[in-house]
Design a protein around this ligand. Structure first.
Ligand code: ADP
Ligand code: MG
Length: 285
């Protein structure tokens, strides 16, 4: 028994383990459910008893808004942590049982300019987020990073510290082209800056089950991912007005409002299974 416990600690398999997993939800497009996936996955994890930190790196602050908070009211944010070396605990706020946030607001829009214009002060500009996360990661089972839709120094910091990236893919006419670009960029980044970075998987989002164009593009995406040896999750997130409404009226991600009799909620549980159950196999490889 004792050996099992020790073994669990060593192999990181206990029920109250600290997983120290950092997962980014990122792609080069807006409005494709990055924030929804971040907050709903956090909701599933929290319900499963995991302690989660959401790091919002997008200056729109939508992750906090999803929980009914106004990001403009946060006096200390990720910007202050990254630029002024403020301890992350001074910025972290609790959103819900088991869910904390390291929030961003408009200030984050100046991050890249402020770092690049003072490179004498920030001589390791890609590592600013990693330094901050190292200070607090022991406190969480999982850290999920919500990303802005553009590539740049913010995303560079995110990819530098992440173990895995979940890539939302909305099946529209030009989507394959931009997916190929982001995958190439992640692959180049991995080679140069973070060899252990993995694409967790590509997830179809805002899928209209009645649209033959959507199913055609999803099929094309599955084929492409298969050929490139990239995971495309079985799960898709359907387009649903009700999901958008949960955020607007309940001030919570849908997963924390609705129960599991709802097919859409099940989609986030399925995604959770796909993302997190693959982890041991991937990280030990
Ligand atoms: P991103 O972070 O990639 O910009 P969001 O997660 O903010 O995208 O989602 C974009 C919009 O879609 C938001 O207004 C959100 O409320 C809405 N939304 C979320 N889930 C769904 C869904 N399943 N179907 C339709 N709209 C959704
Ligand atoms: Mg967003």
């Amino acid at each position: 028994m004792k050996n099992t416990i020790i073994n669990d600690i060593i192999t990181n398999r206990g029920s109250d383990r600290k997983m120290e997993k950092v997962i980014a939800v990122s792609t080069n497009k807006g409005g494709v459910l990055k924030t929804s996936i971040t907050t709903n996955l956090a909701g599933v994890l929290a319900r499963e008893g995991k302690k989660v930190l959401i790091i919002d790196t997008d200056n729109q602050g939508n992750a906090a808004i999803t929980f009914g908070k106004n990001p403009d009211n946060y006096e200390v944010t990720l910007y202050d942590v990254l630029l002024d070396g403020i301890h992350p605990n001074k910025a972290i706020q609790n959103l819900y049982e088991n869910i904390d946030i390291l929030p961003s607001n408009d200030d984050m829009g100046f991050f890249e300019f402020d770092v690049v214009s003072q490179l004498n002060k920030y001589n390791d500009p890609l590592n600013l987020l990693k330094i901050a996360i190292d200070l607090i990661k022991e406190n969480y089972d999982v850290i999920i990073i919500d990303c802005p839709p553009n590539l740049g120094l913010v995303l560079g910091n995110v990819l530098k510290v992440s173990n895995e990236v979940v890539i939302p893919f909305q099946p529209e006419v030009y989507s394959m082209r931009s997916l190929q670009k982001i995958l190439k960029q992640i692959s180049d980044f991995k080679v140069q800056h973070n060899p252990s970075l993995k694409v967790s998987g590509v997830i179809g989002t805002l899928v209209d089950g009645r649209s033959s164009l959507h199913s055609q593009i999803l099929q094309e995406c599955r084929r492409f991912c298969f050929e490139k040896d990239i995971t495309m999750f079985e799960t898709i997130i359907p387009k649903s007005v009700r999901f958008a409404n949960a955020v607007a009226y309940e001030k919570l991600p849908a997963i924390l409002v609705e129960n599991r009799t709802n097919n859409l909620i099940n989609a986030y549980y399925d995604l959770y299974e796909e993302v997190f159950n693959r982890w041991p196999e991937k990280t030990e490889a």
